[in-house]
Design a protein around this ligand. Structure first.
Ligand code: GZL
Length: 331
């Protein structure tokens, strides 16, 4: 598959792809399809976590191996919505056959997805979702049920702290405005409240899904609240949880014992921390769906219709599972 780095679009976003154009309809009626396979534009969130890197690797490897795909034009938008919008506009100009978007946040997509619709280019959401008002502007979303991930974390919390008078919780939220951050919060407290757990949310701030963000926010939590009467840290992803663990240890406390910790994703590093007793529960979020996405791209390009959401398979892991599961982790 011909690939070459093309001039960056806007500051910093790098576009990798072939010169071939797709067969997206355009106003001139020109149909410059490559003829030897589909040209796909993929606007990825960034490279902020092991999850994201594994997701990019999975999608790019599947596209490379799939004879039905002539080229995957990949853009790493560095967690910047404007760069994602610019990438999608560039895919439209190039008349790719299908656009795949992993929207960094839920809002602000109406105009650009309207432009894709006008150009007759179908859009598939990969991983994260967008606000329901725009659901007619994409064919389907392939990814996780983030609310269910939050419910799973909540259910373990209810079972673990059932006998406590009041469970004191710190929460490290994902990127502000992102579907996983919003929905993992919603699902978590939905279960705590519906199951009648007595709890106190001591503090909750965004660490932007990065290790640096998690460590920095945890340091602020520690300086503000101390750790002596904190029972649980709920971290919306592994990186923030691992950053928080550094801060907890630097404060002289024992993560996984002095404060119990839930993380979401299930990376190798997350499982290694769990095997070391520093993490107590892992809710899996599965990034390895490249093959499933390519099948979806081909079907959507062929005009097939789908439900608005297609869930990827994922599980949960407790103390008894960590050692055995670690060798199976793919990212
Ligand atoms: C979830 C994905 C999240 C991961 C983080 O599907 O969007 O973004 O949980 C990643 O690790 O940064």
């Amino acid at each position: 598959m011909l690939k070459k780095a093309l001039a960056g679009i806007g500051a910093g976003a790098l576009l990798l792809g072939a010169a071939a154009c797709g067969s997206g309809d355009d106003s001139s009626g020109d149909d410059s399809g490559s003829g030897d396979g589909l040209v796909v534009g993929f606007a990825q969130v960034g490279a902020e976590s092991a999850w994201r890197t594994a997701n990019s690797d999975s999608v790019q490897a599947s596209a490379e191996a799939d004879d039905r795909i002539a080229d995957l034009q990949f853009v790493d938008a560095q967690q910047d919505q404007e760069k994602q919008i610019e990438a999608v506009r560039n895919f439209i100009t190039q008349r790719v056959d299908v656009i795949v978007l992993a929207p960094v946040v839920e809002t602000g997509w109406t105009d650009i997805l309207g432009e894709a619709e006008q150009a007759g280019i179908p859009v598939i959401l990969a991983d994260r979702g967008i606000e329901q008002a725009d659901e007619d502007l994409y064919v389907t979303r392939l990814g996780s049920d983030f609310v269910e991930e939050g419910r799973k974390a909540g259910q373990w919390t209810v079972e673990t702290f059932a006998d406590d008078d009041s469970t004191r919780i710190l929460e490290l939220e994902g990127t502000v405005g992102s579907a996983p951050a919003n929905d993992r919060k919603t699902g978590f407290y939905e279960i705590l409240d519906s199951e009648g757990l007595s709890y106190d949310l001591v503090d909750s701030q965004s660490g932007d899904f990065t290790a640096e963000g998690g460590k920095s926010v945890m340091e602020t939590f520690i300086s503000t609240h101390g750790l002596d009467d904190i029972d649980l840290l709920y971290a919306h992803n592994d990186e923030m949880g691992l950053g928080a663990i550094q801060a907890i240890e630097e404060a002289g406390k024992v993560p996984g014992e002095d404060i119990q910790i839930i993380i979401v994703d299930g990376s190798k590093a997350g499982f290694e921390a769990a095997v070391d007793g520093k993490v107590n529960y892992i809710v899996e979020c599965n990034p390895v769906f490249g093959d499933q996405l390519m099948d979806l791209v081909v079907d959507v390009a062929g005009g097939e219709e789908f439900d608005k959401f297609i869930a990827v398979e994922e599980g949960v892991y407790g103390e008894a599972d960590f050692e055995a599961e670690l060798p199976n982790r793919q990212f």
